[in-house]
Design a protein around this ligand. Sequence first.
Ligand code: PAZ
Length: 353
Amino acid sequence: STSRAPCRELVTFTRTHPGSCPLLEASAASRFTMAHSDPSASKVVDIGLSEEFAVPSHVEEVKKLMAEFAERHGSAGRRVVLITSGGTKVPLESRTVRFLDNFSSGRRGASSAEYFLDSGYAVIFLHRHRSLYPYTRLYTGVNLLDSLRLETSKEDAGQVLVDQNALPNIANILKRYQAVKVAGLLLPVEFNTLSEYLHLLKAAAQALSSIGSKAMFYLAAAVSDFYIPAYEMPEHKIQSSNGPLQISMKMVPKMLSPLVKDWAPKAFVTSFKLETDPSILLERARRALETYNHQAVVANVLDTRRGYVVVVTKDTQQELVLTDEEVQKEVEIEDRIVSNLTAAHSQFMSQQI
Ligand code: PAZ
């Protein structure tokens, strides 16, 4: 349907866009505001995603690939983890020039994928386009052309050689990467926008439901809480000649609720909770567990996330901390998170039988 929803959650506007809700406004105030007037909208559980979030054209095709992947590995007795990684992008215009981004480098998701693979899991890696990727993440910042050399001597002319000093540990990393590739253990799926993320996550959850408790969800992506529905978005670039911009956004429906209740009710589900204020972190993590009734929340603070997290479950609260010495030795906290959660997943599976 193209019918418009009432704009009750929007602030007052002075300028309207033809054919849309008066969502974007030029006002005298030089600021960027978000309206919070309808927080109950975030509690929606039955998500009719297609009306407000444009459906990606390839979603059915990707869902089939994910279902085949889950079926193949599940019937081989392997567990499958769906990792989400990177930040979502929320467009402000349909022909997008400007957008709102959630911060995440993708390092947590990419490094965790490697540790899950090392632990015998097959991995669906749902990640933001161009965010960090398993194995290649270790070489971000390296200029590829500076790490290669073209042979000019007569016998080897034209051959390309790798400078192993420029790519530390490359032979070992390549060996691990190729083993994963040959065994078909890693299925990468990309998203860019919030709409793509939501539709692909739903498709993944449905695709993984066939393997029951062998499935784990590891939801590390940084997902926007705010969006502009497709039917309220201006088509063209917002004009600065109209003055300062004021924006009002709706609350994104919480996907965890239908994921846990309806789409993959037997799976082991871990969400992540990011805060910048440490004093509210654990209370928020506990609240999420109570609200969604899933298995674990990994709580972390932006500034300390590389060395300290708390894994919160209904009955436990475990701090995972790296010592200075471990940081020196380049130990990664994702190694600890993954080993904690794979153990919890084993226990969870044994209780389901
Ligand atoms: O991707 P990254 O390694 O830079 O950061 C990881 C993280 C902080 C995005 C992740 O640990 C996390 O907390 N994700 C959930 C974010 C949220 O609460 O929206």
